[in-house]
Design a protein around this ligand. Structure first.
Ligand code: SF4
Length: 236
């Protein structure tokens, strides 16, 4: 039996970003990540200092909690993290799909999994230079290939500065067939510190104006809705 390390299960709430923005969603946040991004907003699901808070759960136990939270109404379930791709979510996806639930997964694209093909939406989110991480583009291409049978595969990139913006253009050039979503980075990741609404608006404005001035009309540029509504609060 597969044992999953689970940092959080919560919802229903709305998906706050990317291709499914605004969609009622249940979230399963996997514990553990092979990256350490400088601005990670989910350290409680990444840093081994929080490992003791990650619940070991079988796929059946996770599924039972999702059914309870949704009242057995089929919703979209988003697998996030951490990096959910370092764990085996195939059995959970099979359980949920049999009951009519839809699955999305967000991963940086460093580890390919056969179950990517069983997803409705695969969100590949390669990390730009400001993260301090290096993308393995061969591994990323394997993720794209593994998601071939998914209903849709998209690319989402967080942008903190001009270098990230230029990098996003080169990332798109590598995979021009993937719909592209950009969102401004949020440097305020402490859940105890209130976010600065004007700062959020300024960063979104800068990114929008940069793309328009550059006549780059490829990406959709979106805010993080959940940050606008709830700041950096967890479990929403
Ligand atoms: S890949 Fe995502 S979860 Fe992992 S460290 Fe980077 S931002 Fe955090």
């Amino acid at each position: 039996m597969t044992t999953l390390r689970i940092a959080e299960i919560f919802g229903p709430t709305i998906q706050g970003e990317g291709a499914l923005i605004g969609e009622p969603t249940l979230f399963v946040r996997a514990g553990g990540c092979d990256y350490r991004c400088a601005w990670c907003d989910s350290l409680h699901a990444v840093d081994s200092a929080y490992r003791h808070t990650w619940a070991p759960m079988s796929s059946e136990e996770v599924w039972a909690e999702l059914r309870r939270l949704s009242g057995d109404r089929p919703l979209t379930i988003s697998l996030s993290g951490g990096n959910p791709a370092i764990q085996d979510f195939g059995p959970l996806i099979a359980l949920g799909r049999a009951a009519g639930y839809r699955f999305a997964c967000e991963t940086q694209g460093s580890v390919a999994r056969p179950w990517f093909g069983d997803l409705d939406t695969l969100v590949l989110s390669p990390k730009p230079p400001s993260s301090g991480e290096q993308v393995d583009w061969d591994a990323f291409a394997e993720c794209v290939a593994a998601g071939h049978a998914a209903r849709s595969t998209v690319m989402k990139i967080v942008i903190f500065d001009r270098a990230d913006y230029d990098w996003a253009k080169s990332a798109h050039a590598r995979h021009p067939d993937l719909p592209l979503f950009l969102q401004p980075g949020n440097p305020e990741v402490d859940p105890e510190v209130p976010v600065d609404p004007q700062g959020l608006a300024d960063r979104l404005g800068w990114l929008t104006e940069t793309a328009m001035a550059d006549s780059w009309f490829v990406p959709r540029i979106l805010p993080q809705l959940h940050v606008l509504i709830w700041g950096n609060k967890r479990g929403v």
